[in-house]
Design a protein around this ligand. Sequence first.
Ligand code: NAD
Ligand code: UFG
Length: 338
Amino acid sequence: MKILVTGGTGYVGSHTTVLLIQEGYEVVILDNLCNSKVEVLDGIEKITGVRPEFYNLDLLNYEDVNKIFDKHVIEGVVHFANLKAVGESVRMPLLYYNNNITGTINLLQIMKKNNVKNIIFSSSATVYGINNTSPLVEAMPLCATNPYGTTKIIIENILQDLYASDDAWSVVSLRYFNPIGAHESAILGENPNGAPSNLLPYIALVATEKLDHLSVFGGDYDTADGTGVRDYVHIMDLARGHIKALEYVLANRGVEAINLGTGNGTSVLEVIAAFEKASGKKVEYKICPRREGDVATSFADVAKAKKILGWEATKDINDMCMDLWKFVTKADTAENYY
Ligand code: NAD
Ligand code: UFG
C-alpha cells in the first residue's frame, strides 16, 4: 500500500518513514528541503534497506504535486510539511500562513480530486494555548498565541469542515507534545538547518562544547523547581503513534484530534540532569528571564490515544537523552551537526 509522506525528510517524517517501510508500506516522500537535507534518504535506506521515492517539491506548487497522484496510486497521506518555528512565525506571519495553510489546502484539493481521503495531520500541543491546565485534554478549547499555532488550529478546523462536507474522509490530527531523541541506530536524528531554539538540540550543543552555556528561560514558574515543565516524548514512540493512527484512518471514517505525549511532565532542570547522566558531560546553564509566550506547565492527557489507537509511550527521559547523545556524538553527525 502506497503512502505519501509530505515533509518526509524532516525530523518526525524521516523517523515515521522508517517505521512505515518496516511495517510494509511503500512510501513516497514529498519535501522541498527547506528545513531538511536530502542525505536523510541515505539514512532511511541504511536502516530499512529501502530508498523511498523522493520528490523535491513545494506543496505550494499545485501542478507538480498533482502529478505525483497521476503517477502513483496513493491510499493515504501523512502530512508533516509545515514550517514550525514559533519565533519566526511571529516575524513572518504571511510566510507561515501561506506555507502551512495554502500548502495544506493545495494538498487537500489534490487529494479530493484524486479520491484519496485518508489523512494524518501533524498538529501540536501549542493549540491548547496558555489558559488550559495540564493534563491537557483533546476536548479543551483551543487558542493560539502565535501565527504558527494559529495555522495548526485553522488546519484542524479545515479538516473538520471537510469531513462535515463529505463523510468519506478519514482524518486524524495528532497533537504532538515535545518530540526529542533519535533513532536507536543513531543513523537518524534531528539535525535542523541553522541554530536550534528547542531545548534538547541546544543542550546537545552545550554538552558537545559548541556553545558555552544554556539559558534556562525562567526560574520562577509555579513548578516544583521553578523551571518550565513539558511532556517530552521519544521520537520513535511518536513515529509508532503514526503507524497506529494510519491503521485507524485506513479502517475508519471520521475526524479525530489525538494527543501524543507520555502524560508526564519533566522540568528543564530535570532534563539537564538526565542529559548529564546520559552523556557524562556537564551542561553549563544560567537562569534567565522567562521567554515570552511560554507556559509554566504542559503535559498531555493520554487516555484518548490509548483508547482509540491502542498507543502509549514506552520510553522515558533517560532513553530520550541517551539516544540523542548517541546521535550527536556519532562521527559523521558530530562533523555536520549544527
Ligand atoms: P521539520 O522541519 O524537521 O520537517 C518538516 C519538513 O517539511 C521539512 O523537511 C521541510 O523541508 C518540509 N516542508 C515545509 N514546508 C514545505 C512545503 N511547503 N513543501 C514541501 N515541504 C515542506 O519539522 P518536524 O519537527 O519534523 O515537524 C513535522 C511536523 O510536526 C510539522 O508540521 C510541525 O509543525 C509538527 N510538530 C512538530 C513538533 C516538534 O517539536 N518537532 C511539535 C509539534 C508539532
Ligand atoms: N527552554 C530553555 N532554554 C532554551 C530552550 C528552551 O529553558 O534554550 C525551555 C522552555 O522555556 C520550555 C522548555 O525548555 O520550558 C521546552 O522548550 P522548547 O522550545 O524545546 O519547546 P516548547 O514546549 O516551547 O515548544 C515545542 C515546539 C513548539 C510546539 C510546542 C508544543 O517548539 O513548536 O512544543 O508542541 F508548539
